[in-house]
Design a protein around this ligand. Sequence first.
Ligand SMILES: Nc1nc2c(ncn2[C@@H]2O[C@H](COP(=O)(O)OP(=O)(O)OP(=O)(O)O)[C@@H](O)[C@H]2O)c(=O)[nH]1
Ligand SMILES: [Mg+2]
Length: 413
Amino acid sequence: MSGFVDEAQLNVRGGDGGAGCVSFRREGPEAMGGPNGGDGGKGGDVWLVATRNVASLLAFRDHPHRRAKDGVHGKGKDQHGKRGEGIEVMVPEGTIARDMYTGELLADLVHHGDRWLAAAGGRGGRGNAKFWSNRRRAPSYAEQGEHGVDQWLKLDLKLMADVALVGFPNAGKSTLISSISAAKPKIAAYPFTTLEPHLGVVSVDSDTEFIVADIPGLIEGASEGRGLGHQFLRHIERARVLCVLVDLESTDGVSPAEQERILLGELGNYEPELLERPRLVVGTKNDVGFETEWDGLRISAITTEGLRVLVGNLAELVSKVRHEQPNQEGIVIIRPEVDGAVVERIDENQFRVRGRNVERVVALNDVTTPEALNWIDERLKKLGVDRLLSRAGAQDGDVVWIGEFSFEYEPDL
Ligand SMILES: Nc1nc2c(ncn2[C@@H]2O[C@H](COP(=O)(O)OP(=O)(O)OP(=O)(O)O)[C@@H](O)[C@H]2O)c(=O)[nH]1
Ligand SMILES: [Mg+2]
């Protein structure tokens, strides 16, 4: 099934940090006491977590947004706001996350339990109590909360079939997959209707699913290459569990037991290990073939008889195999944090400063009071922004953009 890729777009958004509070202790009916504004709570994080219970990216088709809760604002009397609750987004083992716009690889979640912080929640703003100093005894400002990271991801998953449907042409494989999944293969009353494998996702309950492959019919001699036999057997070889379908209403009079014997013979001829694979043998078309001799499970894709039992049994086998043979080796790749600030010249008199810490200083602060602006100025200087700007050739009066805000550049004399 190596050619099958599932893909989805996913928007992840961390919660916003709560704002810090400006508040002062009351020490008498009139006098203003020291600052006691509490900090805002951190916004919740969004994690992607690999799980073996999910097999596809189907869940994101109709619901592509995942957002964590915002942090609560700080309050007076040094009360800090509560953290926003984080969320875990379950993805199948083997999911690769890229930046949707640049295609940059962000994470490769290979094994059950692998986790990646896809969207960090924003930091909570500090309350004015944190800005008290000997010089500044009545700080009249607090930080805003930082916005959570908001990004669009493209998820890719190489689909691995959990169950391969094996049977003669016309056995009812396509009809079965279309009645237990959303796959819509062509179905017809003549053999060789299906010429290429199809995959369907079977949802057992809200957090368990597995993938079934509808493989074109095998004929006697498939293991010697008859009727594209090798090609189809190669697909079967990649599945974890085999579901062998025998036709209870076989028109050419081959009994179900004989069909099973021939099919297993072809599998074993091609690759003896295939006979060790967990398998379920099922009689199909029981609505018309109910009089035929057969001891095994009976189903009818038309009346849905036996389908629930079949899906339950397959899910159990799949889950067992998934636990026994964990996914292939791999590593979790996590994007390194870019820390340093960079100055870009936009035009003759405008510059943009980029960098997480620098942008944070501006985003976190209320830029409307002179006091706060002074504080921002000090922080930016400490981060070396002035030095970078003067090196980049900024002149007195040039406009400097940081995040959503612009400032006038004033060189230190
Ligand atoms: N009565 C009855 N007919 C069925 C049932 N399942 C499938 N059929 C019929 O059997 C014929 C073949 O079904 P398909 O699902 O196309 O069989 P297939 O195994 O996919 O066949 P190939 O793709 O040719 O290998 C169609 O006419 C179906 O309508 C069933 O449960 N009951
Ligand atoms: Mg078919």
